[in-house]
Design a protein around this ligand. Structure first.
Ligand SMILES: Nc1nc2c(ncn2[C@@H]2O[C@H](COP(=O)(O)OP(=O)(O)O)[C@@H](O)[C@H]2O)c(=O)[nH]1
Ligand SMILES: [Mg+2]
Length: 487
């Protein structure tokens, strides 16, 4: 669609850039606005963008996010910002979309829904994932300017500028055309902190936990969130014994480079080694700061076994660790979890949170859950994949979230058992007698494209299954797109 038959309408790109320029990776840049005619491509490049293609881009990007409660209730334009990567199979393109609101007194909700979408060939999509951070900054800046400038002509200039900036950015990259996204997850911490057991636990290889020997050197494995995915996720379990630690710190360029996510484990029962563990944590952070690496970090305060939860001493340790961590890590996004192999859900929660950080679509996912919750009167929703990993969750209150923590794993095994023994009449389970009179829990298998996912809903006792079934097709349809580009 960018290769116009009409050569007279030469666009700026080809006047300035040689044809084989890397900037050619960017096929289109579109500002869409939901105006009185519905979702409309308002300003776009190439200037001769096919009309149908433009409409499709506007419709798809804006409609995915319509129905957002914040927007419709007119609460304000601040909280409504989402990035996501969307597939456009008909155009053979992938789009990085930013959804935002333009304040407009006359409009419903006092704002107009708008998106800026950057499009590239679908086989080049890794470009988006690898450069998300910078692309977000460029697009975010343009969106703010669009919000502040009302004139169409001013906005045209802004869109020209963002395009130039994107070209420049693409041109400076060494290799924007790798075909598969390579992700690297590190598991770090002292020896015996429980790193290997954590992964066995996640994978339900319980017998291995008993047999497990100290990890020698580095053990690599792969994670597949979906059977078919466009990225390779490698998990590097870095052996924690002193000799291995020294090696990976010395050869940090090899081990600690290009990290997308890091887990750090501390054995909170081993009081004597807590200082040593914290010191290793600091050393690793300093080393990766030097490498200019700032991955999100999941800190597992591990061996927080169910039977010691009440212990005062453990509680003191936890507080001390949290303080030290806070002091040393203002440059990083760190999320702390209390984990134990005897509490499967604690592992899943920490692990899933980490994985979700790898997906640029996590906000969009959550938004779909939130919409579905509203339509079905659910207090909380959880979406699990076949392996029980949480893809996304939404809950109105803390309490409903907590209910899930306790019940989700049980429901999933119940469901699987019932299914196996063909005891399931319909494709869902409804709780009965577990909750008080006001609430119910539904566990349901849903198909999204070629995947089986599991949906857990926490909702009013007087729920209507019809309402859920009516809204499911739309929900699944939106998720299909997001799953294709989830990771
Ligand atoms: N009590 C308790 N023990 C654990 C937990 N996780 C691991 N362990 C035990 O701690 C020891 C070291 O675990 P391992 O996974 O090999 O640690 P790694 O060296 O960090 O990989 C093993 O004996 C495990 O059985 C946990 O959550 N609670
Ligand atoms: Mg190990």
């Amino acid at each position: 669609m960018t290769k116009s038959k009409d050569k007279k309408k030469k666009n700026k790109l080809f006047e300035k850039e040689p044809l084989d320029s890397k900037a050619n990776i960017i096929k289109a840049v579109v500002l869409s606005i939901f105006d009185e005619n519905g979702p409309t491509p308002n300003i776009y490049w190439p200037y001769d963008l096919d009309e149908q293609a433009g409409l499709l881009i506007a419709m798809k990007t804006i409609s995915l996010l319509m129905g957002d409660a914040t927007y419709q209730d007119g609460i304000g334009t601040e909280g409504v910002n989402y990035f996501g990567i969307l597939p456009f199979p008909d155009l053979k393109l992938n789009g990085l979309t930013y959804f935002f609101l333009i304040p407009e007194v006359k409009a419903r909700g006092k704002a107009l829904a708008a998106t800026i979408t950057v499009l590239i060939d679908e086989e080049n999509r890794v470009f988006f994932y690898e450069n998300m951070k910078y692309l977000r900054i460029i697009i975010d800046k343009a969106a703010t300017q669009i919000q502040n400038n009302k004139q169409h002509s001013e906005r045209e200039i802004i869109m020209d500028e963002i395009r130039e900036e994107l070209f420049e950015f693409a041109n400076e990259l060494k290799d924007p055309f790798s075909t598969k996204r390579q992700l690297k997850i590190l598991l770090t911490g002292l020896d015996k902190a429980g790193k290997s057991s954590f992964m066995y636990g996640i994978r339900r290889k319980y017998s291995e936990i008993i047999k497990s020997m100290p990890t020698k050197g580095v053990e690599r494995s792969e994670e597949n969130i979906f059977e078919e995915q466009n990225s390779t996720i490698s998990i590097w379990d870095l052996g924690g014994q002193k000799k291995y630690r020294e090696r990976y710190l010395e050869q940090s360029k090899m081990y600690l480079y290009n990290i997308d996510l890091m887990f750090f484990f501390i054995d909170i029962q081993d009081v004597e080694r807590i200082d040593e563990a914290l010191s290793l944590f600091k050393t690793i952070l300093n080393t990766i700061i030097e490498l200019d690496e700032f991955p999100p970090i999941v800190l597992c305060l591990n061996k927080f076994d169910p039977d010691i939860k009440g212990s005062k001493e453990i509680f003191k340790n936890l507080e001390r660790i949290a303080d030290v961590i806070q002091e040393n890590s203002d440059k990083f996004f760190i999320k702390i979890f209390q984990t134990s192999i005897f509490d499967h859900w604690s592992l899943i929660t920490a692990y899933s949170f980490g994985l979700s950080q790898l997906s640029p679509n996590r906000e969009l996912f959550r938004n779909q859950l939130k919409k579905f919750a509203k339509k079905t009167n659910s207090d909380a929703i959880l979406l699990l994949n076949e392996n029980g990993i949480i893809l996304s969750n939404f809950s109105k209150t803390d309490i409903s979230g907590k209910v899930f923590e306790v019940s989700a794993p049980h429901f999933q095994s119940l469901y699987k058992n019932f299914k196996e023994f063909k005891l399931l009449e319909k494709d869902f389970i409804v709780s009965s007698g577990i909750t008080d009179r006001s609430k119910k829990i539904i566990f349901k298998k849903i198909t999204v494209g070629k995947y089986n996912l599991y949906l857990l809903l926490f909702l009013e006792r007087s729920f209507e299954i019809g309402k859920i079934e009516k809204n499911l097709p739309d929900f699944s349809k939106n998720l299909v797109d997001l799953i294709h580009t989830y990771i």
